[in-house]
Each structure stands twice: as C-alpha cells, then as structure tokens.
Write a protein that binds this ligand. Structure first.
Ligand SMILES: [Zn+2]
Length: 233
C-alpha cells in the first residue's frame, strides 16, 4: 500500500473536538516509518524487488517489513518522537506507535506474499490485492479521499488556498501512486513487467524518501491554515 497508508494518519478522533494529539505532518511520517527504513535499505541494495516463483515481483523487505520489525519500529519511532518533543504525553506516543504499526496491517492486505513474521522467517504473508491493480488503486485512492474529506469537515480553512491545497496534494499523491504502484501492477497483469528496467537501487530508494518527505512537508504547510473547527487554536 502507498497512499492508502495516509488514511489512518488523518483519522484522529481528537481532531474533531480539540487540538490534535500530534501534528498531521508527524502522523504522515509515522505511517511511513517502515517505508522510510525500506527506502534507506534499498539505497544500499539491502532490500528491494525480487521475483517470486510465479515470476511476479515481490518485495524483499525482511528488515523493514517483518511483523516483528513493525513492532520494534513502532516502539523506536515513539521513542524518537519523545526525544524531539520532550513534553509529549503517553497518549501521543501511543498514537505514533499505532500509526507506525498500521502500515504493516494495510500492507498485509495489498502485498503479494512477501511479509515475514520476523527477519529471515520463511512464512511470507500478503493477501495480494495488488493482483487486481485497478481495484486496489480505487480502494487506496478512495480511502485517502474519504480521509481528506473528513479532515476538511472537522477543520476550517483560513482562506480558500487551504481548501484547494488539500485537493492539489491529493491529486499529486494519486498521480505518484499510479506511477510507482499501479503502472507496475498493470504490467504484471499484462505479462510485460521487466525487472531489468527498474531504476538503480540508489535512485529508487532515494526517490522513495524524497516523495515521503515531500508529502509530509506539503501537509505541514496546509495544516497551518486549517485549525480545528471545534477549538480556539
Ligand atoms: Zn510498506
């Protein structure tokens, strides 16, 4: 999953009645903590794409995407958050950890079986919704649209720019999702996928980090102009 990961980041019950527990841009980074680690490991060719027995591409992501790793990364990320925000409440740390872990649960739905229980484990999990690229695309894009609509409803834009901003970002996310994920899924379906045409690892890993960073940066700009509808600040 890619843009669908941002759904849980936007969903935050306190957002509708009070000041948000954590900033939305922080949530955007938390839900992608596992992919940020994967991006770094891909740059050094320690993780990446491989072909499974059927010749379909799967991810070789034992360190960043095992079930055990996801729990460790959740705890470490909550710790990093506390280091940067010493006043953070236990509740905020739990929200961060839960958002990090949500990544594994959502990946489980879409990945072809490539998620191990622990690094090096031989049981690989994944319900392979990506085998139906258009359906998966519609679900991820729809999930994100629903989350943004919710956010739009529980916040007020300081001016129109912060309304357009949401949907401009949405469009960018959907287009990049198509380029990164759906396009490849369609090639797999058509039997035209060629792993040798993939960009070099260093570029691929870096591109991933840049895109995730860009989404977090853009949402931080938009969030400044969208205070909660239900609180003074
Ligand atoms: Zn992932």
């Amino acid at each position: 999953m890619f843009i669908g990961h941002y759904g849980p980041a936007i969903w935050d019950t306190q957002r509708s009645h009070n000041k948000p527990i954590i900033k939305l841009w922080e949530a955007f980074l938390a839900v992608q903590a596992m992919d940020l680690l994967a991006g770094i490991l891909v740059m050094f060719s320690l993780e990446g794409t491989r072909l499974n027995a059927a010749g379909d591409p799967i991810f070789h992501v034992p360190w960043s995407h095992s079930l055990l790793s996801s729990i460790v990364i959740a705890i470490v990320t909550a710790g990093i958050y506390k280091a940067f925000r010493p006043k953070a409440t236990g509740r905020a740390m739990i929200v961060i950890a839960a958002l990090v872990f949500s990544h594994w649960v959502l990946d489980l739905i879409v990945h072809r079986p490539d998620l191990p229980l622990y690094p090096g484990g031989e049981t690989l999990l994944g319900f392979a919704l990506w085998d139906y690229p258009w359906l998966a695309f519609a679900l991820e894009a729809g999930f994100l649209a629903g989350a943004f609509l919710f956010w739009q409803r529980v916040t007020t834009a300081k001016n129109k720019k912060y309304d357009y901003g949401i949907w401009a970002l949405y469009l960018l996310m959907v287009v990049l999702h198509f380029a990164f994920i759906v396009h490849q899924g369609i090639q797999v379906q058509n039997g035209t996928f060629d792993i040798n045409h993939a960009p070099p690892d260093i570029i691929l890993g870096l591109a991933f980090l840049v895109v995730i960073g860009l989404f977090a940066f853009l949402i931080s700009r938009i969030e400044k102009g969208r205070p909660s509808k239900f609180s003074a600040t």
